[in-house]
Design a protein around this ligand. Sequence first.
Ligand code: GDP
Ligand code: CA
Length: 340
Amino acid sequence: MTSPFSPARIVVLSGGVGGARFLQGLLHHHASPGTAAAAPEVTVVANTADDIWLHGLKVCPDLDTVMYTLGGGIDAERGWGRTDETWHAKEELEAYGVEPTWFGLGDRDLATHLVRTQMLEAGYPLSAVTAALCQRWQPGVTLLPMTDDRVETHVAVDDATAPSGQRVVHFQEYWIRLRAEVPARAVVPVGIEESAPAPGVLEAIAAADVVLLPPSNPVVSVGTILGVPGIRDALRAASAPVVGLSPIVAGRHVRGMAAQMLAAIGVETSAAAVAEHYGARDRGGVLDGWLVDTADAAEVDRVRDAGIDVRAVPLMMTDEEATAAMVREAYAVAAARAVR
Ligand code: GDP
Ligand code: CA
């Protein structure tokens, strides 16, 4: 099937693994025979609130997952980090007893963090550093951090030994060391109020023919991107349709910890509840359209009642072709909106 809607400028707000897989499908769709002749300009605005400083190095997991995935350097089985990775530096750090030991810092991956940190310390903003790293990886998209400012998500968890009964850990510690196995009581993107969109972010959204919210985590990936002052308003003001895809299928996240994050902000883990949480653009939210999985077809009316155009289609990113089909469905929803 050839999509009748062929946007020339596409903006995608992405987290790590879910966003990167979606982008693979999107590029696959546009590379397919029969798709519009000119390749579109794809701008990816990536979450940077997962970033963490480790052993003096700035690590940007979501930016790197997108860059490595689209650049052919990702360990496809793990979904993060480099192919053909070794862990000698991590073992040596552990032998020195240097904390934290729970973060997976591979030897090949370390080179990326060394280059990034060196450039940041020389005064380059993260957006310029990211562009420099992409010179090597050629991801086929313009990869922008959501902001050049430091924003780091922290999670409050129960701790009986703390006077308040709670303790706050970095998002990476919650996810990797605690394996998201304890309830998250609050999610706080530290620094977000003082942050500003990275250069090019607002311009790309304003110039877009379509804005896509991939099935990334609605709280700690897309949620933090929308939390950067100015980005939500840019989406609301965009002339392009904004279409999202549900990361929740049959009442569960497909992978990751979206359910724990949604619980922390008081949103039920369902495709319809996530759509309501984003909200319809003409009712103060950010969405024009939403795709739910066929398993959630019963939720279609609820999404429509929220003022959002909706379709129930297969949403499992099993391979690039299946993901490309999801992109075409998103375009079909966008096309219907664009002609209104
Ligand atoms: P992270 O930063 O690595 O956690 O990745 P993202 O935030 O970009 O994406 C994580 C989200 O992707 C999780 O909430 C998953 O539920 C969702 N996800 C992963 N694989 C699939 C899939 O095949 N289909 C759908 N609909 N969602 C998926
Ligand atoms: Ca992430």
